[in-house]
Design a protein around this ligand. Structure first.
Ligand code: GDP
Ligand code: IMO
Ligand code: MG
Length: 421
């Protein structure tokens, strides 16, 4: 029996999960997204083309694989349709390669409106969500009043929808939120019909049977560990379990059947939306990371906040997920930096700690270790031995500190710009 390998983000999302899933897919027969929804934006580049995936797994471009939208995902039929039709235009017919779990929850038009209304009501305490209805949809799931993809096949579908909509409208009235749902609702009903073209299945059986038959499965996470609803920088988090345990609940895989856990991180840090960020830079270096790294949200276009690599947070994420292999992205962005800093501890109220704290307060100061920059273009390197010594020192320091090997190093957005050790 094979095990499921999991790939997930160790920071605040946008680490480069899409690129790495695409690179690793040739080794797998099934790729399955286990949580999140169209708040994700996973970018892939190859053959001079660039694609951004939101709900469709990033294994879709490596032909002949089965890609599954798992039960832990929340699906917006309108955005899914737009994404699938865009791929169809570029010659990728998904109907045979993609299957959707009956247990995935549906994002309703009113969930999107509620997301906006709840954010507006929070005022300056807003989370800075992607506005895709993620929080309200997961709230309905947990409060046992959600709608699932499997309900599409039920004769009661319209009745279940009407009850959910009426409940949401009562909430929107109490929030005094003005909206017009007519056009969105029309599109949504058309889009849920479109969904029925795809294979809708009990994905937990599909995946477990695949494992028993000796097929290999890769689970693709969305967001990052520091956005996890339980272990992230709460309340500035998303509404799902982005950690490895989320692959078990999102796909119906037993913990003993998890194999490798690939943890992805950028050689620096970014965050989009509100919430604490200990190593954030507000100076020219932060601007340079943003500019050179093209750090603008793939979904919302928002400027991502940038800062130095934070080893306190990284070690915390490795611990929570049981990471077995590290994957380091975007080191090339710092090619011309003279000095590169890494936070190795925090000082909170004068006390030093290496633990990621319950809340991150204004008196937290990162303690940095400085590295000499490598001052050369990593994008040309195609093996670990070709990397300059200063860069190898940086990588080996991270390995020593975390106790986990860095097995893949990405030095550019293209598939080909990937070094496997
Ligand atoms: P994801 O959400 O984790 O899949 O990551 P995103 O796609 O949101 O953000 C990662 C961005 O960095 C994308 O624009 C990628 O094309 C780009 N990228 C990925 N790896 C590298 C790399 O090694 N170097 C550079 N310069 N860009 C990269
Ligand atoms: P990928 O998969 C980066 C952030 C939002 C906001 C918070 C809650 O591309 O890495 P939500 O819409 O989920 O309720 O927003 O989480 N966020 C992400 N940040 N990458 C993502 O996904 C994100 N998905 C959500 O900016 O701060
Ligand atoms: Mg992203």
């Amino acid at each position: 029996m094979k095990k499921v390998d999991v790939i997930l983000g160790l920071q605040w999302g946008d680490e480069g999960k899409g690129k790495v899933v695409d690179v690793l897919t040739p080794n797998y027969e099934v790729v399955a997204r286990f949580q999140g929804g169209p708040n994700a934006g996973h970018t892939l580049e190859f053959g001079g083309e660039k694609y951004v995936l939101r709900s469709i797994p990033s294994g879709i471009f490596q032909g002949g694989k089965t890609n599954i939208i798992g039960g832990g995902v929340v699906l917006d039929a309108i955005l899914f349709r737009a994404e699938a039709e865009e791929l169809a235009k570029s010659g990728h017919d998904l109907t045979r390669q993609l299957a959707i779990s009956k247990k995935a929850h549906l994002i309703l038009p009113t969930h999107r409106i509620l997301d906006a209304a709840l954010e507006a009501a929070k005022g300056s305490a807003k989370i800075g969500t992607t506005g895709k209805g993620i929080g309200p949809t997961y709230t309905d799931k947990v409060s046992r009043s959600g709608m699932r993809v499997g309900d599409l096949l039920s004769p009661d579908f319209e009745r279940i929808y009407a009850a959910a909509k009426a409940r949401h409208e009562r909430m929107l009235r109490s929030l005094n939120y003005e909206y017009d749902i007519t056009e969105l609702e029309r599109q949504w009903f058309e889009a849920v019909e479109y969904l029925k073209r795809f294979r809708i299945l009990d994905s937990e059986y599909f995946i477990n049977e695949a494992l028993t038959e000796g097929k290999s499965v890769l689970a693709e996470g969305a967001q990052g560990t520091l956005l996890d609803v339980d272990f992230g920088s709460y309340p500035f988090v998303t509404s799902s379990n982005t950690v490895c345990a989320g692959a078990c609940t999102g796909l119906g895989v037993a913990p003993k059947n998890i194999g490798e856990v690939y943890g992805i991180f950028k050689a620096y840090c970014t965050r989009v939306g509100s919430g604490p960020f200990p190593t954030e830079l507000f100076d020219e270096t932060g601007d340079a990371l943003c500019r050179i790294g093209h750090e603008f949200g793939a979904v919302t276009g928002r400027k991502r906040r940038c800062g130095w690599l934070d080893l306190v947070a990284l070690k915390y994420s490795i611990m929570i997920n049981g990471v077995t292999q590290l994957i380091m992205m975007k080191s090339d962005v710092m090619n011309d930096f003279e000095t590169i800093r890494v936070a190795t501890a925090y000082e909170i109220g004068g006390e030093r700690t290496e633990h990621f704290p319950y809340t991150i307060t204004d008196d937290l100061r990162p303690v940095y270790t400085d590295f000499e920059g490598w001052r050369c273009d990593l994008r040309g390197c195609r093996s670990y031995d070709e990397f300059p010594e200063a860069f190898r020192r940086y990588v080996e320091f991270i390995e020593r500190e975390t106790g986990v090997p860095v097995k893949i190093i990405s030095v550019g957005p293209d598939r080909a710009e990937t070094i496997v050790r």
